[in-house]
Design a protein around this ligand. Structure first.
Ligand code: SF4
Length: 431
């Protein structure tokens, strides 16, 4: 029988990540998952898979985190099967050619079982998705309360908030959970999201941002539907927010309207790009992202969306469509690997062309999407590639002290902002 050490490895870590998102993973009942992170149906439901870490074996990246779909019906036909145990190590076996990929299954953190001082289990406050902490903080997204419902068709937030997670999170519970996750799991980043709240989304989220910045010291990201009064973003930036993301999801107006009826009717697609452009001008390059879903609209439109987002100085967060159980799209087919690989290769190319400093922030590995810096593993090794990689490396070094300062509670640090990284005047110079 082939072992992990003597097999061929035809896919690199990023390619395997993409293929797992597209095909899912079978987990036989005989494979023990003692101590592994449980399947977590929180927020939009994308964490419903098994957290897996794939060693990247590359100078570009140590490891890639992926939340592999396991409960969706397509995953039951996957050629990928998990084998091994916590003691001998895990492998993912590809039934088609017998290839074995050694992987790690990350352990559930101790703090998941710890209650806050208000006796709320911390796992019902926040959840690790890769190496960062995700917390849905606002009341249930307003698109779930309309008649008929205007929720995004791929989303399950309206089912998860109040079930897998607490409906409204007290600031103290959030702070204690952030402290535990920082102290025990070494997180550097907390991501707050809160769906559609009319004109009150930022107002509701501000106290959490302020408290984390003051008392914990973490990089903080916020994801809400866009608001028309852009001055509210100024206030959020003044509070010290490090990252803002806007989930436009689709570029094609027809697909946007069909899959995201609430966003289309109440906000309009242009508002997402306008807010993204505004914030990208206010924050350092690469601090703003545009989130899109690949695998539903034609990939040419996804590629256009990537170009549009990167042209604004933002980075694309591309989520491979997952027909999440319980969502309106649960019976839709997952996308094809070949298409998704082409999309992800374009992510790298677009970030390189626009000098977006992807992967500059320390220890942020998001398991529910393909991280933009994962896609370096897909790029052809040209002079331009090496030039960009050299620049990215220097950006990480330059930004290091600034991030370290921002990881201290504000009450204990001097002010300091993350300045935009310098760009080479001529790409050829950098190469
Ligand atoms: S805006 Fe859409 S994706 Fe976000 S929580 Fe609401 S329904 Fe879900």
């Amino acid at each position: 029988m082939r072992t992990a050490d003597d097999t061929l490895m035809p896919l690199n870590a990023c390619e395997l990540e993409i293929d797992l998102f597209c095909k899912g993973l079978r987990v036989p009942e005989t494979v023990p998952l003692d101590g592994a992170r449980g399947l977590s149906r929180t927020r939009a439901g994308l964490g419903s898979g098994l957290e897996v870490v794939i060693p990247a074996r590359s100078w570009l990246k140590d490891a890639i985190w992926v939340n592999a779909p396991v409960v969706e019906s397509f995953a039951k036909q996957s050629p990928y099967v998990l084998g091994g145990s916590p003691h001998e190590g895990y492998v993912i076996h590809d039934d088609r050619d017998g290839t074995c990929y050694p992987v790690t299954i990350p352990r559930e953190p101790m703090w998941y079982h710890q209650p806050t001082s208000r006796d709320v289990p911390m796992s019902r406050v926040g959840v690790l998705q890769g190496t960062y902490l995700g917390i849905y903080v606002n009341p249930v997204c307003g698109f779930w309360h309309t008649t008929p419902k205007l929720n995004c068709r791929f989303c399950t937030t309206g089912m998860n908030v109040g079930d897998a997670e607490v409906v409204e999170k007290a600031i103290e519970d959030v702070i204690e959970t952030c402290h535990a996750a920082k102290g025990q799991s070494g997180i550097t980043f907390v991501h707050f999201n809160g769906g559609y709240q009319g004109t009150r989304g930022i107002e509701l989220i501000e106290p959490y941002v302020r408290a984390v910045k003051e008392r914990v010291g973490l990089l903080v990201g916020v994801q809400l539907t866009p608001e028309r009064d852009f001055a509210r973003y100024d206030a959020l930036i003044d509070l010290g927010v490090d990252h803002l993301s806007f989930c436009v999801e689709f570029l094609d107006p027809g697909w946007f309207e069909r899959i995201c009826p609430g966003k289309a009717r109440m906000l309009g697609q242009d508002l997402f790009f306008d807010a993204m452009a505004y914030c990208a001008r206010k924050l350092p390059k690469g601090a703003v992202s545009g989130e899109i879903i690949a695998g539903v609209e034609p990939i040419e439109r996804t590629i256009e969306a990537i170009d549009r987002i990167t042209a604004l100085g933002a980075f694309p967060t591309v989520c491979i469509f997952r027909p999440t159980v319980g969502s309106d799209m649960q019976d839709w087919p997952p996308p094809r690997y070949e298409d998704m690989r082409a999309v992800m290769a374009h992510v790298y190319e677009a970030c390189r062309r626009h000098w977006i400093p992807i992967g500059a922030a320390p220890n942020i590995e998001v398991s529910i999407v393909v991280n933009p810096d994962d896609t370096a593993l897909l790029a052809p090794r040209t002079g331009a590639f090496y030039g960009f990689e050299l620049w990215r490396r220097s950006m990480r070094l330059i930004a290091g002290p600034v991030f370290r300062s921002r990881l201290r509670p504000r009450s204990r640090r001097k002010s300091g902002t993350l300045g935009a990284p310098p760009e080479p005047r001529d790409p050829a110079q950098a190469a």
